[in-house]
Design a protein around this ligand. Sequence first.
Ligand code: A2P
Length: 240
Amino acid sequence: VFIRVLITVRLGLAIEKGGLKTRIGLPAEEAVLSALHAGYRHIDTAAAYGNEVSVGNAIRNSGIPRDQIFVTTKLRDADHGYESALAACELSLEKLGLDYVDLYLIHSPIPGPERRTESWRALQKLVHPWLSRPEIISFCESQHIAVEAYSPLSRGRRLEDPVLAKIANKYSKSPAQVLIRWSLQKGYVVLPKSSDKERIEQNADVFDFDLADGDMAVLDSLNEEFYSGMRHINLVLEML
Ligand code: A2P
């Protein structure tokens, strides 16, 4: 860990000096490209290092498929808070020129618990819901650990999905009911959130139909195993 910190600080210093070749080392883009060509696959950057553009260029120019590289960036102390954390993550992605980072860390706890909690709410929002984590699920099943579906209705964001809509039509049920039924048939503890009386009733009305195996498989295939903004939110959680 110590060596990794030294390397990232070093890259940061290089670019903060405008990418000038100083005695500190190579400009960040060259340094990251060299690292990738030498076989490094975890690139650790941060908004505070000021080198996300260079790091992103190197990653995209390396010719190495994106999913083979683990990219970490971080929320600056100055960007703590709900809206500012959302905007900061989007800006980091834009600077990196990437669709997602593998890990988004809170850079330091300095801004204090209140603002940190606001940032944490923002980080949760950045998680993409169309995510069924089959590897974690099968591990849990092997250990007899009950799994709870988190945001089983995609927080309402993917209820218009055409594949889901087609299945819902077939069973004369709503997309939300199909998602709840899918979770139930998977054996998950399912907690759909609603503050609307009609929807609350609708979400409980899921015990008079069975999704056929074929339709379960189609719903399984919706999994994108992808978070917008970040993966491995669980790692971030551990670090808080
Ligand atoms: P509302 O509270 O107005 O009903 P999740 O459980 O995945 O976090 O999703 C919760 C979101 O889905 C809420 O915005 C909720 O809005 C919405 N929602 C809950 N039940 C339904 C439903 N049956 N049809 C459409 N949207 C629903």
